[in-house]
Ligand binder design. Structure first.
Ligand SMILES: [Zn+2]
Length: 264
């Protein structure tokens, strides 16, 4: 993604000025309060969290904000540092440099979060082996917001992609509607980790869906789940994958992505 697009989201929000039409006063962010008059495409604040959703589909607002609140609530015991206001962009298409089957992503350096629009996501028909639903859409948003929250802990420090994804998938499944989660677990009965060392970038790259389900099952076995997540975020669980000789150049921060099932 080009650097000049770095703050596009917030510049666009601020350019809107009094963003809410029909006489609704704008907040400092220049966005509408939840429940106020809807103006298609304008960001709307999510109640209780520093996030706003921009979408052309009003029906997507509730599951998206619920997903954001899920993420904040789940990580609250770890007391994440304050998150810069986050714009959740629900878009018709994701940037072309992502995998073709991606449904959402968070770009840490740009602090941009995009998820496919609700109708586009639903067209996938199945995700993690089960039919797509509003509950799953909510979980997609939760997953990506967790990436944003984890990034606040890191404060520029590198964390292996598998560490990021472990936390995001654990939070996603832990907060997912129980019936949907049970369906996913039943659809992927063999996804599991026997050892912490299996939480690595190679395993994630080979099968992100399996990695996600295995992460959740592995986390459930931990005596203190939140403390284990803290250790993951600190970088003491997931090693950095070394594919070559040490390099003094800093690693580029990877784009976090969430993909649908390869079987779809
Ligand atoms: Zn992810």
């Amino acid at each position: 993604m080009r650097q000049e697009n770095a703050s596009w989201g917030w510049r666009r929000v601020r350019r809107m000025g009094p963003a809410c039409r029909a006489g609704v006063a704008a907040l400092a962010w220049g966005v509408c309060l939840p429940g106020q008059v809807w103006a298609a495409g304008e960001p709307v604040l999510c109640a209780g969290v520093p996030a706003a959703v921009q979408t052309r589909q009003p029906q997507a607002l509730e599951p998206a904000c619920a997903g954001a609140r899920d993420a904040f609530a789940f990580l609250a015991p770890l007391h994440p540092p304050p998150l810069r206001p986050l714009l959740i962009e629900l878009v018709a298409q994701l940037p072309p440099d992502l995998q073709r089957d991606a449904v959402g992503f968070y770009a840490p350096r740009l602090h941009r979060l995009m998820v496919l629009e609700l109708p586009t996501f639903m067209v996938h028909r199945r995700w993690f082996g089960v039919p797509t639903s509003l509950a799953m859409y909510r979980s997609v948003v939760a997953h990506e917001v967790v990436h944003a929250l984890v990034n606040t802990y890191l404060n520029g420090r590198y964390l292996a992609n598998a560490g990021h994804e472990y936390v995001a998938y654990v939070a996603m499944f832990a907060t997912m509607e129980a019936v949907t989660r049970q369906a996913v677990m039943a659809a992927m009965p063999d996804a599991s980790f026997s050892f912490d060392s299996e939480i690595n970038d190679m395993r994630y790259a080979l099968d992100p869906m399996s990695f996600g389900v295995a992460s959740y099952r592995h986390w459930l076995r931990q005596p203190d789940g939140m403390q284990f997540l803290r250790r993951v975020i600190e970088g003491s669980v997931v090693p950095e994958l070394q594919l070559g000789p040490p390099n003094d150049e800093p690693e580029p921060t990877p784009v976090r992505r969430l993909t649908r099932s390869p079987s779809v």
